[in-house]
Write a protein of this length. Sequence first.
Length: 322
Amino acid sequence: DELRSIVQNMPKAELHIHIEGSLEPELIFALAQRNGISLPYASVEDLRAAYAFTDLQSFLDIYYAGASVLLTEQDFYDMTAAYLARAHADHVRHAEIFFDPQTHTARGVPFETVINGIWRACQEGPISASLIMCFLRHLSEEEALATLDEALPYRDKLLGVGLDSSEVGHPPEKFARVFERARQLGLRLVAHAGEEGPPSYIESALDVLKVERIDHGVRTLDSPELTERLAREGMALTVCPLSNIKLRVFDVMGSHNLRQLLDAGLAATVNSDDPAYFGGYLNDNFIAAFEALPLDAGHARQLARNSFSASFLDPERKRAFL
Ligand code: ES4
Ligand code: ZN
């Protein structure tokens, strides 16, 4: 219908996409074969059948296993090129892409292999794209600091740093020093907070890490004080509807709080998170949310506008999209 075509055709930015989460089962099998790796799954269908998650950790276990087929610079290039082509088809004009170097360096894949492959695809891709290096919060701050050191020769290829992986039990303040160091380097700062974790994690991401966007942040509404603060500060939230359903942050899409976030005056955006694992790319996320929730064309345009406003594009390029 008409709303569907508005959603599909409107230009948008994607601000919360883990590139390793764009690795489709077909590409996992193709890369395993190319690299002589044997997988504990008989077929693409068998692998896809394992995508039945009960919470964030049950997803992360499979997501890290899937990423283990990535070995060469060409592998990282092919994965990234496939995402950019798919995002282009969804009328994504600009993407700020997360990658998890520690998932690969821990397996012996050199940092330079990871970043060179992803970066080259971004340079050659059909849309504007920048890179945000995430630290894995289940690992130590010392390991995050070592990763930031490894990234220094590639500083000009990074837009910013983020914080992902297992949230509960790993509060933002665990990474105070590495975020301070990244800030001194002029990197932009974001962190996952308030996906499964409490509003206090959102507060410490802002007050201790000094992040400029909150990834997920759907639990903001648990705290009226925090809600009022984020609205006042114009702090953006990168919301991922299909992810939240697959990881049981909400029971069903009809109980997702996207409409309430917008009504509270929060700068929410819609994003795909890990599209190969959660059942859809950016437009699929819009459509699933808009089918289940009382959202209209005005909300769609607001969300698209928010995606560019909340981006880290320089002011002139941002203005051209608004
Ligand atoms: C992630 Cl959905 C989600 N949450 C936290 N960390 C992640 N890494 C990849 N997807
Ligand atoms: Zn995420």
